[in-house]
Design a protein around this ligand. Sequence first.
Ligand code: BV8
Length: 242
Amino acid sequence: MNEIVIPVQLIEALKKAQRVAILTGAGISAESGIPTFRDQLTGLWAKYRPEELATSKGFQRNPRMVWEWYAARREKVHTVEPNAGHYALAELARKVPELTLATQNVDGLHQRAGSEGVIELHGNINRVKCFDEGLLVDSWNENQGIPPRCPRCGGFLRPDVVWFGEMLPDEVFEKAEYAAKKCDVFFSIGTSGQVEPAASLARIAHGIVITINLEVESLISPYRYNFNGKAGEILPLLVQKL
Ligand code: BV8
């Protein structure tokens, strides 16, 4: 692991911060073994772009394939654990007066690491809803074919995630936007920043912006700190200095 230098002035700013806002992306779950979105998709889906699979049209075109893609991802999520990056953010919440964590991830790993009040911008793969009613379903008959059917109306079931072209759930984005505007320190962790409107949060963030990603060059300026490295290595180092 390269030597990670955490500037003293950043630690001082974090110790003084009243409100911290965080946006995470697939990169923070990578060290738990969850492939990021822009990794080469494995298996059957290697020939599709996520933007084709994670859409209502993609589901209507091939409900079985899309359901099975999510079922495989859900299975994977159940076999992995949160990593040191998730736990460091849960610890950070105990060290600052007010912390708002918004995630683009649908794996629920932040909650399993102990983070509370997580804003799930794009839903959660562990929840299932009726494609026609849009209402959650917590149990269904597995023997009725794939995708399973809604026990209420017989429509197809789908994962409770936000697909491309779908609105984010009411108030969810507004809550994250408010926190980004009001914060003293904003963290952008493990995201390529390609998906809107989530990516806009880093642009409207007030105060100091800290980016932790594999693809950023390290740079220090009065209000921006970029750490080029793994969230699971950098975050614990940073949080233990507070
Ligand atoms: C919407 C759930 C209104 C499903 C996902 C401008 C404004 C508004 C909308 C748009 C716009 N421009 C385009 C749009 C449309 C679209 C969009 O953004 N398209 C993109 C492709 C251009 N947005 C939408 O449709 C959104 N809805 O805007 O509603 C509307 C309605 C109708 C018409 C128009 C507008 C809804 C988007 C939600 C899509 N759902 N997920 C599922 O998971 O299956 S998005 C999905 O992809 C993820 O949730 C996540 O958001 C995104 C992946 O991004 P990342 O998390 O950043 O992951 P990625 O792999 O890209 O990057 C990982 C990073 O981590 C890398 O940089 C890597 O270097 C780094 N990394 C790797 N390992 C580590 C690491 N970093 C640190 N440590 C490590 N160990």
